[in-house]
Write a protein that binds this ligand. Structure first.
Ligand code: GDP
Length: 528
């Protein structure tokens, strides 16, 4: 067991990420959350894509040109008696495998849904990833200041499409121009919305009790009656909040509001900090490690190159699983079996890098990486084990990569393998030819790779179309895999770590292969 002070520190930590479809309001809600956390003076400095002001976490010219944030930055802030770590998940064109892997480093997620649109594609994919660990999900229905879809229908859609039960904690009164506020089911009170206060923490007016006649005068008797009628239905037809089901990822508390109007965000934060789990245990090849266990441990879920042009280094993002990091401590890098002394780990305060004195389970620290750290690496205070469950995800986009100068084939291979170890991209080498195929989850990964090949390996590379639309890692009984290897050779490749991969020209082709070879497992993820 860790000592009492460490235990106290660990127990107050809540580490989460936001999952949403682009434009649902992730950036806006992040700004408001930071406003509540006192991490920003005025909301509106996370991402300057509209104002032309650059976000604090911008690091690459490419990113500045596009006004997007390539960095999965980490923001830490206090909220009531808790200390919250919010991990940013790249979302627009900067969507990448890092987005998925960040979800393996959190203990809960906030799902933001544009209530005018409902469940969208990206949200579906991200929810699929949270299922790998049954991560608890809190839901925020955003943009209530616009005309939204019927709230009951939205809950239905979440339940059927995402396979999770909904327990509304607040319920909206009107929407769009007639959005009046929300009724909080657990507090039995109505919180009234005022427009034009989105950049501040508002003084809200609260009306206690549903039958209170003040409610009728505040929102109009039609809306008040509608609210009472709807609530009768909602309470009958939806689920009550159940903490156990929430912690198992089977039920989500649902909040309504507007991130832009900074309304309802605090209700959501209250719920999240109250119910979201404290730092959770993680599996290793030697069994489970709990947050309270004695001794430091952590795993690397993301490697970021050139975060700061002034320091052309790479930063490995390490999620602490147990114990405490102290400046200057010795850590065991268990993959290479070496002790390293870390005196300059970084913490991330709303995008600023700062040197860190200490950090606890649940926190993310940044380790300077001079090439010896890979995705999935484990650091401990001496013990020899390795964390599992930090996978590669099957790419969805593929291109053949080719050199402008054919003499540099070796550098290209080396660069690609290293970049794949860092998780920047995946590389596949077909068994039947000398192609190099690059696979990614998000389009920007391709540009990042070409830019980094040029600046770090001095290689000019270009892309060509390749007829691959999906990939699966191949597992099975040795004999069966050997046979499969012979028969399906034209569709097989080795990835950056020499693992056998089926690369399919179409989804139909993949399905046929799966039917034809029932003894072969076609996996969408691969453990490091
Ligand atoms: P992200 O792509 O998920 O990070 O979304 P943003 O936070 O950048 O928001 C996308 C757009 O929706 C921006 O123009 C926001 O101003 C707008 N937006 C975000 N929240 C709200 C809201 O509650 N109401 C309205 N009307 N617009 C919103």
């Amino acid at each position: 067991m860790a000592n009492a002070e460490s235990l106290k520190q660990i127990k107050k930590r809540r580490t989460f990420a936001i999952i949403s479809h682009p434009d649902a309001g992730k950036t806006t809600i992040t700004e408001k959350v930071l406003l509540f956390g006192n991490a920003l003076q005025t909301a509106g400095t996370v991402k300057g894509k509209k104002s032309g002001q650059h976000a604090k976490s911008d690091w690459m010219d490419m990113e500045k040109e596009r006004g997007i944030s390539v960095t999965t930055s980490v923001m830490q802030f206090p909220y009531h008696d808790k200390l919250v770590n919010l991990l940013d998940t790249p979302g627009h064109e900067d969507f990448s495998e890092d987005t998925y892997r960040t979800l393996t480093a959190v203990d809960s997620c906030l799902m933001v849904i544009d209530a005018a649109k409902g469940v969208e594609d990206r949200t579906r994919k991200l929810m699929e990833v949270t299922r790998l660990r049954d991560t608890p999900i809190v839901t925020f229905m955003n943009k209530l200041d616009r005309d939204i879809r019927d709230p009951m229908e939205l809950l239905d859609e979440v339940e059927t499409e995402l396979d999770i039960l909904c327990a509304p904690i607040t319920w909206p009164i009107g929407c769009g121009k007639s959005f009046k506020g929300v009724y909080h089911l657990h507090r039995d009170e109505t919180v009234l919305y005022q427009t034009g206060m989105g950049h501040t923490i508002q003084e809200v007016r609260i009306i206690k009790g549903l039958e209170n006649t003040e409610l009728d005068s505040a929102v109009g008797s039609d809306l008040a009656q509608q609210l009472r009628d709807e609530l009768e239905l909602v309470i009958g037809a939806s689920n009550e909040f159940d903490e156990e089901l929430f912690l198992q990822g089977q039920l989500t508390p649902v909040y309504f509001g507007t991130a832009l109007g900074n309304f309802g965000v605090d209700h959501m934060l209250d719920g999240l900090t109250e119910w979201a789990p404290e730092p959770q245990s993680r599996e290793t090849d030697q069994g489970e490690i709990n947050a309270e266990d004695e001794g430091f441990s952590g795993f690397v879920f993301k490697i970021q190159a050139n975060m700061d042009p002034k320091h052309r280094d790479r930063i490995a993002f390490c999620r602490i699983v147990s114990g405490k990091y102290e400046k200057g401590m010795k850590m065991r890098h268990t993959r290479i079996g070496k002790d390293v002394r870390i005196s300059d780990a970084l913490t991330f305060l709303a995008g600023d890098r700062a040197l860190l004195e200490e950090a606890y389970a649940g926190d993310i620290i940044g380790l300077h990486n001079h090439g010896s750290i890979r995705i999935g690496d484990t650091f401990t205070s001496g013990k020899e084990y390795r964390f599992t469950g930090i996978p590669n995800f099957a790419p969805e986009l593929f291109k053949r990569i080719r050199l402008k100068d054919p003499l540099k084939q070796k550098q290209l291979q080396k660069g690609l393998i290293q970049l794949s170890e860092e998780g920047a991209v995946q590389v596949f080498r077909p068994l039947m030819n000398n192609d190099l195929i690059v696979g990614a989850v998000g389009v920007l990964q391709f540009d990042v790779v070409v830019a980094r090949l040029k600046s770090e390996y001095n290689v000019d590379a270009i892309y060509e179309h390749v007829n691959v639309s999906t990939a699966r890692w191949v597992y099975g009984d040795d004999k069966k895999v050997d046979e499969f290897r012979r028969k399906a050779q034209q569709n097989l490749a080795l990835d950056g770590g020499d693992n056998l991969t089926y690369i399919a020209p179409t989804m139909v082709n993949l399905q046929l292969a799966q039917e034809r070879y029932p003894d072969i497992q076609f996996a969408k993820t691969r453990e490091h």
